[in-house]
Design a protein around this ligand. Structure first.
Ligand code: DGL
Length: 272
């Protein structure tokens, strides 16, 4: 029997998953969370599936050993490479990934049109988004592009509006959607870092293009699955959040605040 008062464990390769934590917190404000960012081994996006599976298992084991009532794999690359293994390893603990919720909403939004998945190299090569999209709607035309530089850009603060950021960022955003100048398109942001670029990306797309974000849809699915509908939780107190990082806690707090949208007062260093 899993104790309802336990926190929800959230794991990512680093700070980007804080975009998912932000949505989880907003969907379930009374829940407590424990977030582990594997900052020592970031990025996962260009590593082999085997290595990502090992890392994901170690990080998840750390969270499970601390006591959690559910596990959210906020990292798209780790969800693509390791979700089946994690689900099996930790059963009956509920384990959620970000691929299926994002793909389902994007497939619905696209109707009979095209979906462009933007993600890391590992996620694109794995094909998990492509499979999940087709499982919802076999008639979709699916395209996928790896945008590995966006991860570095986001972490270096290049989503801001300084002249240097604008030149570099706009060039990369424009490159990612080159050849997709149609309004019959849904863009699926399949990486933790990419919601940061949502508004800028929109300016490179035709009017009417839908942009779907895995972070929001995952939070909705987790809230629904755990039976906690936003604003209707019994406990009026705000839940607690504990942060763990495997390297550079100062950088984790500083850069993480940018993704989380609020200050991170403390983070604990853990060795996996
Ligand atoms: N968290 C990763 C993802 O969502 C992006 C960063 C990385 O490559 O580790 O795919």
């Amino acid at each position: 029997m899993i104790e309802a008062s336990l926190p929800i464990g959230v794991f990512d390769s680093g700070m980007g998953g804080l975009t998912v934590l932000k949505e989880l917190q907003s969907a379930m404000p009374a829940e407590s969370f424990i977030y582990l960012g594997d900052s020592a081994r970031l990025p996962y996006g260009n590593k082999s599936a085997h290595t990502v599976q090992q890392y994901a298992l170690q990080a998840s084991s750390e969270l499970v050993s601390r006591g959690v009532k559910a596990l959210v794999v906020a990292c798209n690359t780790a969800s693509a490479a390791a979700l089946p293994q994690l689900t099996e390893q930790f059963a009956p603990l509920p384990v959620f990934g970000v691929i299926e919720p994002g793909a389902r909403i994007a497939a619905q939004a696209a109707a009979q049109g095209s979906v462009l998945v933007l993600a890391t190299e590992g996620t694109v090569m794995d094909g998990a988004y492509q499979r999940a999209l087709l499982a919802t709607n076999p008639k979709l035309k699916i395209h996928a592009r790896a945008c590995p530089l966006w991860v570095t850009l986001a972490e270096q603060g290049y989503a801001s509006d300084t002249p240097e950021s604008v030149t570099i960022t706009e060039a990369l955003l424009s490159h990612a959607v080159r050849g997709f100048q149609t309004s019959h398109l849904t863009v699926l942001l399949g990486c933790t870092h990419f919601p940061i670029f949502r508004d800028k990306l929109r300016t490179h797309l035709k009017a009417g293009v839908k942009i779907v974000d895995s972070a929001q849809t995952t939070a909705q699915q987790v809230a629904y699955a755990l039976g906690r509908v936003a604003g209707r939780v019994g406990d009026k107190n705000h839940g607690q959040i504990k942060f763990l990082a495997t390297d550079g806690v100062e950088r984790f707090q500083r850069v993480g605040a940018y993704f989380f949208g609020q200050a991170i007062e403390a983070a604990e260093l853990v060795v996996l």
